[in-house]
Design a protein around this ligand. Sequence first.
Ligand SMILES: CC(C)(COP(=O)(O)OP(=O)(O)OC[C@H]1O[C@@H](n2cnc3c(N)ncnc32)[C@H](O)[C@@H]1OP(=O)(O)O)[C@@H](O)C(=O)NCCC(=O)NCCS
Length: 306
Amino acid sequence: MVIVPQFRTQRLLLKAISVEHCDSYSRHFVDYEVIRHLSSAVPWPYPEDGVREYVKKDIIPNQGNGRWDWGIFLKDSPDELIGAIGLWHPGVPENRGFWLGTKFWGQGLMTEAVEPVTRYAFFDLGFRNLMFANALGNQASRRVKEKSGAKLVEVIPGAFVDRKYKKKEIWELSKSEFLKHHGEDGICRRYAESDRYTRHVWNISRIWKLAESLDAIEIPVEDIVGLDSVTWFSPDGDKPTIRKIAEHARRIMEADILYPPILTQDNRVFDGMHRIARHLMQGSKTILVKKFTQNPEPDMVEQLRP
Ligand SMILES: CC(C)(COP(=O)(O)OP(=O)(O)OC[C@H]1O[C@@H](n2cnc3c(N)ncnc32)[C@H](O)[C@@H]1OP(=O)(O)O)[C@@H](O)C(=O)NCCC(=O)NCCS
C-alpha cells in the first residue's frame, strides 16, 4: 500500500486528505470565488455533500495509484483543511491542480505548498516534467506557475465553471528548470532517518540555510555517529565498484575542510561526510562542526506502514 507522505514547510502542513477533513474542505472550497476558476468538469452549483462523495470515491481509493492528493493546513491549525493540491498521472494534459480558501490568498501560501509537491513528483515519483493549466486570465494561478520556473507552452480553448473564461494556458515545468529556479545543481540532496514506521527526510539545501546561524564548535572526531556504517553504498543504490570508490575518493580529496560538517542533535551527519573522511585520513582528533541542539522539522515524513 502506498501512503502519501506528509510535508512540512515554513507555515504549512500538507497531508493526505481523509474523511475527517470533509467539513473544513467544504467550508473553504464550496465558494464560487474559488470554484469559478476551475474546469467546467466541476459542478456548479456544487452539490450538497459533494465534497464527501468526492473524497470518498475519487480521492481516497486512488491515493498513490496514479493520483496523489494533499490537504493544505496551517501548522498552527493542523485539523482545518484550507486548501488542496493534487498530482495525477497521466496528465489530461495537466498533472496538477490546486485551490485555497479565499481568506488565505495573496500570502504566498500556494507558492510554498507547490514546492515540496513538485520536489516529490520529480525525485520520488519519477516525473520527467510536469504540465499545468489555468484559465487565461487567472493571474494568481499563472503567477504560482511562473514563480516555480514553469514555461508557457500554448493557449488553447478551455471551458471553466466561470463561462467568461474561454481559453486555457498550458505550462510545462522540467526537472532541470525547477532546480535551476531553486538555485540547485541537478541533485536533490537529502538526509533521511527511519524507524519501523516512519521515514523523516530533510532537504540539505534548507539545512545549509538553517545552519548559517549556528556557531562552529569543536568536538572529538570519534563522537560523530556513523563512521563505521555503510553510507554511500547500499544493496539497492550505488555499489562499491572501483569507479564509485574512485569518485568518492576524489570528493574526499577535494573536500574543503574549512566548511564545518553539519550534525544532527545526536551527532549524525546531515551534511559533510566527505569532509569528515578527509579528517579521518589526516588523523585529526577533533573537528569543527555545526550542530543543531534540536533538529529542524523534517521537510517530509513518510509513513512506512499503515
Ligand atoms: C491560485 C491560488 C491557489 C493562488 O494561491 P495564493 O496562495 O494566493 O498564491 P500565492 O500568494 O502563492 O501567489 C499568487 C501570486 O499571484 C499574484 N496575483 C494574485 N492576483 C493577481 C492578479 N489579479 N493580477 C496579477 N497578479 C496576481 C500575487 O501577487 C502573487 O504573486 P507575487 O508573489 O509575485 O506577488 C488561489 O488564488 C486560488 O485558490 N484560486 C482559486 C482556485 C484556482 O484558481 N485554482 C487554480 C486553478 S488552475
